[in-house]
Design a protein around this ligand. Structure first.
Ligand code: 5GP
Length: 116
């Protein structure tokens, strides 16, 4: 059984977070250390530690990350200018919190993706 992270407590509203959206499958809240004017994390409510742990039964929740990202981008007024979605996996991918999350970043030009 995977160990819970702070994100499970945010989902259950046991610790404060600026929650922008929640349904039965996913929760979205503002990143505590924003790296762009809009920096939102969208996560499955189910604890999936990394993308390496994803199963076919998770497809509905993981697909919903994208539809919620689209809606929040519209809400944040960044849809037309554009934005970036990032999912980090394990240490080489820069993952710090072991509960799968999609970063939605926008509100300024983000430049080219760092590849090195
Ligand atoms: P990762 O590096 O794992 O892809 O990203 C984890 C993200 O979670 C970071 O951007 C970090 O700022 C954010 N984060 C970590 N702890 C908290 C928290 O307690 N609340 C919120 N809202 N964001 C957090």
């Amino acid at each position: 059984m995977a160990e819970e992270t702070i994100f499970s407590k945010i989902i259950r509203k046991e610790i404060p977070a600026d929650i922008l959206y929640q349904d039965d499958l996913v929760t979205a809240f503002r990143d505590i250390t924003p790296r762009a004017p809009s920096h939102i994390l969208i996560i499955p409510n189910k604890l999936i530690p990394t993308i390496n742990d994803v199963e076919e039964s998770d497809e509905l929740a993981l697909g919903r990350l994208f539809t919620v990202a689209r809606k929040l981008a519209e809400q944040e007024n960044i849809a037309e200018d554009g934005y970036r979605l990032i999912v980090n996996c394990n240490s080489h991918g820069g993952q710090e919190v072991y509960h799968v999350h999609m970063h939605l970043l926008g509100g300024k030009p983000l430049g080219p993706l760092l590849m090195d």
